[in-house]
Design a protein around this ligand. Structure first.
Ligand code: ZN
Length: 550
């Protein structure tokens, strides 16, 4: 809710445990704001001298104040589809059927069943088929169901008919259908949605059939995500995967006042991207280039994900000795593309989960240095899940940023991951601490809607590597302390986005992007209390954009 006080240009937050993310002065007791910017940081005893006439004072009651969170990777545009059946948490095929049947019963017979969030572990063999979605469950309706990571889609027979998925067809504008190796029949499982489905062609093709992909529906699913960002203290959102068509959504959100956080939109490119398309992206970058909404990095995929054995590994998967995954780009072609991006002044933002995927990106960044000379490029490698120990030190050496999502390593989520990778390589699974100790910049993020958006989950998991109930902690060597985690979620993510000069820490002169918390996570005996902490005030550019109800 926005109240009258929102129009005041001056604010004082006092009686606080201010963690600044600024090494020169990590702690303070109060912060004053003039207009959009922080004007003073100091001791609580001196705070009232900085209370101007007519300025609002917020008493934090001894709770923490942090810099606003910079969520370096959050799919606010995908958000969650309010018209979809939620399948997350269903543990078996029977559970999935139960939810689908109950949802389908409320739909007309020709309506699509749109679903999201199913887990590979709930499907026999981790490989869904159309036959697993019989008419007894769906009726005559077509079903289009996203996996929890939004990388694959599961279709029933009616959906394959309507979407034109036919035998021996191995390309769709929005994905790659799996074919039965003997008959050439499509199985109902479609891979590579993440690389194709979010392209302009993919979105247009799906919008012809599914309501969830129309521009109005896409805008409708963006809004709850933007609200959540403000509520969770995320003052800068990095939307990692957009087509040029999607930018209108953010323009509309800004005009309608629903974009309360700052937003950076990465633009997706695939192998074969033409010079003309890069020209068009450069135009968009010139058009949208301010501190509220900026078009910036180029989103690429070097590999896929570990659970369905589609991340690129140096050695075969532990439980599939015949498979080691593949890269989407031929490494030479990837290098050449990165060199061209640098020449055009673009930063890359590359999804890489497997150790070979990660190494391929690092090698390409190294080739860029040889080709284009030294420079502050900050190429981001996103996810960084299974790292070869020889590559840990290369991040800092090459100036590459590790954009990571701590919640993805939680033991309640990674059962298939750990089975596929095996114990030996798991030692450097999500190696927060090793990377940090070897000088890499960590940029933390949520990967909403694959995982929870709330930064309390990132902080909790980074410091515990445990499940939400505190159990199952693994790879304890790779935990980080809370200060490191908060810095990764604020100044680290700001640095990753070339925004550290005016965001990411609480320093006079920077934007007043701040959060007031309900408690002080640094003073907790049990880390699980972090998950019970919430944001009471989110401040963006000196304005309170979210205030928790008392
Ligand atoms: Zn993602």
């Amino acid at each position: 809710m926005l109240g009258a006080s929102e129009d005041r240009s001056s604010l004082l937050i006092r009686n606080a445990r201010v963690f600044t993310s600024d090494d020169a002065r990590p702690w303070a007791g109060a912060v004053a704001v003039e207009g959009e910017r922080i004007s003073w940081v100091g001791d609580d005893a001196d705070a009232l001298e900085h209370l101007g006439a007519g300025s609002e004072a917020i008493d934090a009651h001894g709770a923490a104040v942090f810099p606003g969170f910079v969520d370096a990777h959050t799919h606010v545009r995908l958000g969650s589809n309010p018209g979809a059946v939620q399948l997350s948490g269903a543990a078996t095929l029977g559970d999935l059927h139960g939810r689908l049947a109950a949802f389908a019963a409320g739909l007309p017979e020709d309506a699509w069943i749109e679903g999201e969030g199913w887990n590979y572990g709930a499907v026999p063999g981790g490989a869904p088929t159309a036959d697993m979605l019989p008419v007894e469950v769906t009726g005559p309706r077509p079903a289009f169901l996203f996996s929890y990571d939004v990388h694959t889609v599961w279709l029933n027979r009616e959906a394959m008919t309507r979407l034109g998925v036919t035998p021996r067809m191995n390309e769709l504008p929005w994905g790659r259908p799996e074919l039965d190796s003997e008959t050439g029949e499509p199985t109902g499982w479609v891979h590579d949605f993440a690389v194709r489905g979010i392209s302009e062609d993919g979105q247009r093709a799906l919008a012809q059939h599914l309501r969830g992909f129309s521009p109005d529906a896409t805008y409708a699913r963006l809004l709850p995500s933007l609200d959540m960002a403000a509520r969770f203290g995320i003052t800068t959102v990095v939307e990692p995967q957009n087509g040029l068509d999607d930018l209108e959504l953010f323009v509309r959100a800004r005009e309608e006042g629903t974009l309360r956080s700052r937003l950076i939109a990465a633009i997706f490119c695939e192998p074969g991207t033409t010079a003309q398309r890069l020209d068009a992206i450069e135009d968009a970058r010139r058009t949208y280039d301010d501190d509220r909404f900026r078009v910036s990095p180029i989103k690429l995929y070097i590999d896929d994900v570990i659970e369905p054995h589609t991340a690129a590994m140096l050695e075969p998967y532990a439980n599939r000795p015949d498979v080691r995954g593949d890269t989407f780009w031929e490494p030479r072609e990837f290098e050449a593309f990165l060199i061209e991006l640098e020449r055009r002044g673009f930063q890359s933002f590359t999804h890489a989960t497997g150790d070979r995927g990660i190494r391929t990106v690092l090698d390409a960044v190294q080739r860029c240095r040889e080709a284009n000379g030294p420079g502050d490029r900050r190429h981001q490698i996103v996810h960084v899940e299974c790292v070869h120990p020889d590559d840990l030190g290369r991040f800092s050496m090459l100036g590459a940023v590790a954009c990571m999502q701590p919640r993805h390593c939680a033991p309640d989520i990674v059962a298939e991951w750990r089975e596929n990778v095996g114990p030996e390589r798991s030692r450097y699974a999500w190696p927060f601490r090793s990377l940090s100790e070897q000088g890499a910049v960590l940029a933390f993020s949520s990967d909403w809607n694959v995982a929870e958006m709330d930064p309390m989950w990132w902080l909790y998991t980074a410091v515990t590597r445990a499940a939400p109930d505190g159990t199952g902690a693994w790879n304890l060597e790779e935990r980080v302390d809370l200060a490191t985690a908060v810095r990764a979620a604020t100044i680290g993510s700001a640095f990753a986005n070339f925004a550290e000069h005016d965001r990411g820490s609480i320093v006079p002169g920077k934007y007043a992007d701040l959060v007031v918390l309900s408690r002080d996570p640094f003073g907790m005996r049990d880390a699980r209390e972090i998950l019970e902490t919430h944001v009471t005030h989110t401040i963006v550019g000196g304005r309170v954009v979210h205030r928790a109800e008392a």
